[in-house]
Design a protein around this ligand. Structure first.
Ligand code: NAD
Length: 340
């Protein structure tokens, strides 16, 4: 794969997509185009990347649900060979009461992308999937063969997308991978990138930041009686830059791989369980403060403990996470202008 390969990054203005574009540009992949309708982002991230890299990014402000728009897009960008598909709605808890919107956006968006990219010579497709499709694991760490048990429309939409992608890649003979992310946090603070937190975000890190900034009085912690060592949920937090690196390895692998395998799936986690209380404690010790907490009723279907068996991606893509919890927290604090 040469650096002139044209890569479409959907959701490029979002948290992980923007970090991915930055990395691609830093590696000299300059022929990048993005599609983002800014439903969960602003132009800020793309502007920051442009300022930092002194390179221009062309974003098409397009909703992937808009079939006509997606069709027109591909008819004027016939030289795209690789798609990295981040664009999706991503909140498992929000999806419970917005099921239709989640299926329309996540499944409908993928179907449009696949349908209208049939007019181009697509070689590779990388899809953002999630560990949420395992549900509450029956053994940890979870490997890719763990039974699938999505507990909400978001996770189910990703499982449906994985299956559609697998079948269409085979039918059309392009190569595709689904990367099942665990819990990305952290930022590239050098470029000023950070996760966009909408007011409705119930993720732990945005909530911690709000409390530290004094926007909210106490941090809601969902349950302290989960069957884990300290009673709080255990997750596999991974630095977003490590996660992005996995996409680069996947892209390189798909280009080298001459086997007949059209589709594969990889977990992308550090393989280390960290409790929510330990994460909070890391913020507290780096800032030398105490974060007021409010233990609230645990959410329906809250997973107690999950972390990845990443041996498949370690072995096949030669990928390994490098950054530890302290770096993830420090970069989050810097990106949010809490430390400098
Ligand atoms: P994000 O919300 O920050 O980025 C997604 C981007 O896609 C946003 O900029 C949004 O405006 C855009 N978008 C959404 N629907 C669109 C549509 N129909 N048309 C055009 N643009 C659209 O999310 P993220 O954290 O960067 O996540 C990226 C991907 O990774 C998502 O597919 C998500 O499901 C998956 N994922 C994220 C996490 C996580 O914790 N962040 C974990 C597992 C999987």
């Amino acid at each position: 794969m040469n650096n002139n390969t044209k890569i479409l990054v959907t959701g490029g203005a979002g948290y992980i997509g923007s970090h991915c574009i930055l990395k691609l540009l830093e590696l000299g992949y300059n022929n990048i185009i993005t599609i983002d309708n800014f439903s969960n982002s602003t132009k800020d991230s793309l502007q920051k990347i442009e300022e930092y890299t002194k390179k221009e990014i062309h974003n098409e402000n397009l909703d992937l649900k808009d079939s006509k728009g997606v069709k027109e897009f591909f008819s004027s960008h016939t030289d795209i060979t690789t798609i990295i598909h981040f664009a999706a709605l991503k909140d498992p808890f929000e999806s419970i009461n917005n099921a239709q919107a989640y299926y329309e956006n996540n499944v409908g968006g993928l179907i449009n992308l696949l349908k209208y990219s049939s007019s181009i010579q697509l070689s590779n497709f990388i899809f953002s999937s999630t560990c949420a499709l395992y549900g509450e694991p029956n053994k940890i760490p979870v490997d890719e063969n763990h039974p699938i048990n999505p507990q909400n429309p978001y996770a189910n939409s990703k499982w449906i997308c994985e299956n559609i992608l697998k079948d269409v890649a085979k039918e059309r003979n392009f190569k595709a991978v689904s990367l099942r992310y665990f819990n990305p946090i952290g930022s590239n603070s050098k470029a000023g990138l950070k996760e966009y937190y909408s007011n409705r975000s119930k993720n732990i890190v945005p909530q911690i930041i709000r409390v530290i900034k004094g926007e909210v009085n106490a941090l809601p912690v969902y349950g302290n009686d989960l069957p884990t060592k300290d009673g709080s949920g255990v997750r596999d937090f991974i630095h977003v830059e490590d996660l992005v690196e996995a996409h680069l390895r996947a892209m390189e692998f798909l280009n080298q791989e001459h086997s007949s395998l059209n589709y594969d799936v990889y977990n992308v986690g550090r393989g280390m369980g960290i409790s929510v209380l330990k994460l909070i404690n890391e913020f507290e010790s780096q800032l030398d403060i105490q974060i007021p907490m409010n233990i609230v009723r645990k959410r329906k279907n809250e997973v107690a403990e999950i972390y990845a068996d990443s041996s498949k991606i370690n072995a096949k893509l030669n990928w390994r996470a490098n950054k530890n919890l302290a770096q993830m927290v420090e970069d989050t604090l810097m990106a949010n202008d809490i430390i400098y």
